[in-house]
Design a protein around this ligand. Structure first.
Ligand SMILES: Cc1ncc(COP(=O)(O)O)c(C=O)c1O
Length: 448
């Protein structure tokens, strides 16, 4: 299928006249002729400005857990906003939400904000205030938002510049931030117990926090080694360091209680956003009572004009009610499991070296090797360009994925069995276009 994109292109050209690169977030820029302009979404589908339909696996970079324009959420928000959206005061819906949120996550206390960035920023500040320390550990390839303290050696870092594994460099992700800020952060490879132990012994007494993504949601859904995750927990306890889970992508997507429930390991503080609001901008920092109690007028600042606004709080209340009362996660897992297996089977049948990494609600397809990556450095050994070719063929056929394999395929409650069937048929076609039916030639090229 070849899409007519004339209207999208016209709009993109116009966008560029007023918006740098025509996008309001750098990651949305795909190139001069590829950058999509989306007009609407419903359930598992989105339509671009030329009315081309796609099965959406990007889901707004993860938030759309129920499906686009889910009627339960949309209706509750539409009703709520008739009565005003912002009062500079607590509203009943925030209280309803906080009660459900703490029950589902097992966290004692929660404060709302609007983006994942804010939630992580507040988590780090709270950990610093609680411990009276300033430094923190962060892992290579982990992304915690768009604020200066954490923007080192993230998912866009050039792997070849990361330096020796035993003494990783801290690579700045953006110009415009003070170089000296890197001195607050210690960068370590993910899943490396030895390096972690060494860093803890060396810096433990000056560390406020260890912050981590419990699945590498910005690098191909690389899974944590459970022994490593357990050791992180133990060492944080031993050295009095606050363990922060960045659950922005995993929260309400892996289980009702997020990655903490899924892996059976409790964090002291966690940041949530994305799936919490089914696309509406809402986020939260939550944690143990003792730690959250440093948030106090005149002591630790937390706030913002829009924190807990009626739109966000209502959307989150409706979304979490759906997740708690309907078989949302189980259904997504069942359908996602079939999709992961189906994609693996299609690639395997063609002799293409691959791994499908992650969990059924968020996973990635990696090509060029068949051993799962364990950290950012081993991810970089996969053939991202080859996935780009497959991604382009998928998009031509109406399967919207990121053509960069670092960004996961996300599943929603609206991706039902019929949507998975349709997807697998189109994946089969796309794989044939890239690898042929048997894939022998491609296999030889890969091996060469
Ligand atoms: C794990 C993680 N943390 C934090 C963020 C930042 O969230 P936001 O873009 O809402 O500020 C993201 C965004 O993709 C993320 O994936």
């Amino acid at each position: 299928m070849s899409h007519n994109k004339s209207k999208s292109q016209q709009l993109f050209n116009k966008a560029k006249q007023h918006i740098p690169y025509g996008v309001n977030s750098n990651f949305r820029y795909w190139g001069e002729e590829e950058t999509p302009i989306m007009a609407r979404g419903a359930g598992a589908y989105v339509w671009d400005a030329d009315d081309n339909r796609f099965i959406d696996y990007r889901l707004g970079f993860g938030p759309i857990i129920l499906g686009h324009a889910h009627p339960v959420v949309t209706q509750r928000v539409a009703e709520a906003i008739q009565n005003g959206v912002l009062f500079a005061a607590t509203t009943p819906i925030e209280i309803e939400l906080a009660e459900r949120f703490t029950r589902m996550t097992g966290m004692d206390k929660v404060r709302l904000s609007n983006t994942g960035t804010e939630a992580n920023m507040h988590a780090l500040r709270i950990a610093r205030a609680y411990t009276g320390r300033e430094k923190f550990i962060k892992f290579e390839g982990n992304y915690h938002g768009n604020f200066d303290y954490v923007m080192f050696s993230g998912p866009t870092a050039k792997a070849e510049l990361l330096g020796p594994r035993s003494r990783p460099h801290r690579l700045r992700a953006t110009e415009g931030m003070p170089v000296a800020i890197r001195n607050y952060m210690i960068s370590l490879p993910y899943n490396d117990i030895e390096m972690l132990e060494r860093a803890m012994v060396e810096h433990g007494e000056e560390l406020a926090a260890v912050v981590l993504e419990p699945i590498m949601g910005n690098v191909a859904c690389i899974l944590p080694d459970l022994a490593w995750l357990q050791r992180v927990r133990e060492l944080c306890d031993e050295f009095g360091v606050v363990l922060i889970f960045d659950e922005v992508k995993t929260g309400f997507r892996l289980a009702n209680g997020g990655a903490q429930e899924y892996f059976g390991i409790k964090a002291d503080l966690a940041a949530y956003a994305k799936a919490m609001g089914n696309g509406f901008p809402v986020s939260a920092v939550a944690g143990r009572d003792e730690i959250m109690s440093v948030v106090e007028p005149g002591r630790v600042a937390h706030g913002g004009t829009y924190c807990g606004n009626v739109v966000a709080a209502t959307a989150a209340a409706a979304t979490l009610e759906m997740i708690e009362t309907q078989p949302v996660i189980e259904t997504i897992f069942a359908n996602g499991r079939r999709l992961m297996a189906g994609i693996g089977e299609i690639l395997g049948r063609r002799g293409v070296a691959h791994v499908v990494t992650g969990v059924p609600s968020m996973f990635s397809v990696l090509l060029g090797k068949d051993e799962a990556p364990t950290d950012y450095r081993s991810y970089s050994e996969f053939d991202a360009e080859l996935f780009g070719l497959l991604g382009a063929e998928l998009i031509h056929r109406g399967i919207l994925v990121d053509d960069d394999p670092r960004e996961p395929w996300f599943m929603s409650y609206s991706h039902d069995a019929a949507v998975i069937d349709e997807t697998l048929t189109l994946v089969e076609d796309a794989a044939t276009a890239v690898f042929g039916r048997g894939g022998h030639q491609r296999k030889l090229r890969l091996a060469a």
